[in-house]
Design a protein around this ligand. Structure first.
Ligand SMILES: [Zn+2]
Length: 211
């Protein structure tokens, strides 16, 4: 064998060794783990969070514990001037024959927590889809009542999202909108005004502020 040929034989061997090293050094993807506890946040920024849970016999609170994978943003679509967070809390408490529920309502001055974060609430319209909005999301309703300060409601919701992300090991990529789970333009105003990315940016800024 000519020395030249021997030299050429080494080339595939070296390439094979490099390839093998690349495969061996590739980090193994660990499956993501999610939390299934309920943490009662005392404040979101300056705003105290009122923990006002629905009773166990309410159809709106099935009481099934699940993994927390998302935060799902909605708007109430109720423009009545009195339709703030406490009005929605009273609505959920008093009208108990519906299966629909969500975890938080946020307005321009208050936040009410209706259902523990680690329990299912039916707000995403996707039934019992595994890893879906109903089964694994924390539903947040933003008030759009006339006379309310929508910009402040957005800021309060962004702060709440950042708090929840910190509590449950989520990131801004885990924020979802109702429209992501079913064909419904919700949160209506945020989507129709083309402000979804702006809102996500607000959440990211609040999360960065906590670092
Ligand atoms: Zn919705």
């Amino acid at each position: 064998m000519k020395p030249n040929t021997v030299k050429k034989l080494w080339i595939p061997v070296v390439l094979a060794v490099i390839l093998l090293l690349l495969v061996l050094l590739e980090p193994v993807q660990q499956p993501r783990t999610y939390m299934n506890v309920n943490r009662e946040i005392p404040y979101a920024g300056e705003i105290p969070v009122q923990h006002d849970y629905l009773s166990w016999d309410s159809r709106r609170r099935p009481g099934e514990v699940r993994d927390i994978m998302y935060i799902t943003i909605h708007e109430t679509d109720n423009t009545s001037p009195t339709a703030d967070a406490s009005a929605h809390a009273a609505f959920l408490r008093n009208i108990t024959d519906s299966p629909n529920g969500w975890h938080y309502t946020v307005d321009d001055h208050s936040i009410v927590h209706h259902i523990p974060d680690n329990e299912i609430a039916y707000n995403a319209g996707d039934g019992r889809t595994p890893n879906g909005g109903n089964m694994n999301g924390i539903g947040i309703e933003m008030c759009v009542n006339d006379g309310g300060d929508y910009e402040q409601t957005l800021r309060n919701t962004a702060v709440l999202c950042a708090e929840l992300m910190a509590q449950y090991g989520l990131n801004v990529g885990d924020i979802r909108f109702h429209a992501d789970f079913m064909e419904k333009e919700c949160p209506h105003r945020l989507i129709s005004e083309g402000r979804v990315d702006e809102f996500l940016q607000m959440v990211q800024e609040e999360a960065d502020r906590r670092q």
